[in-house]
Design a protein around this ligand. Sequence first.
Ligand code: MN
Length: 207
Amino acid sequence: MAHELAPLPYAKDALEPHIDALTMEIHHGRHHKAYVDNLNKAIAGTPLEALSIEALIADIPGVPENIRGPVRNNGGGHWNHTFFWNILAPGKGGTPTGELAEAINAAFGSFADFQAKFEAAGVGRFGSGWAWLVVNGGKLEVVSTANQDNPLMGKAVSGTEGKPLLGVDVWEHAYYLKYQNVRAGYLKAIWNLVDWDKVAALYAAAK
Ligand code: MN
């Protein structure tokens, strides 16, 4: 069955002023759509069509070599963007509470220390990629991946591992219209949009 581009879970202007409507329209309607279309094209007529997107990206080495690159890039792109749209929400932000807050304090010192480490991971990713908060072996970690790689791909593929709790796109297409070259400003603005209730639910399910 072909993978599908789900509609955004909110209006394209709902994340204003932090992420502008035109960026959301192009990012979802063109970039994410292209990942879905190109993934479907790559796996058309192969047994991989039967796999969920999660199963597909969890076994990139098992993908036939002639389509491994396109599946890694476009499958990762599809999963990553679906996750990204859903971990953000208008009117959210603030700070985590409960067990998640305790785990963040235990792992990073404080919420502010976590934010600084996450922003540094995003700013420090040369070129295109993602910053992540993951739970790995029961512990919280901040990592980053290149291009459309994802911690679920595992260490041998992505250089990272663990279950994503938060992921932020740091490709220029995610912020350039509003923030131009100032990736750090975009990353600071993202804190106004993170849905910590969803992050906490993912943490509770993962640990
Ligand atoms: Mn993107």
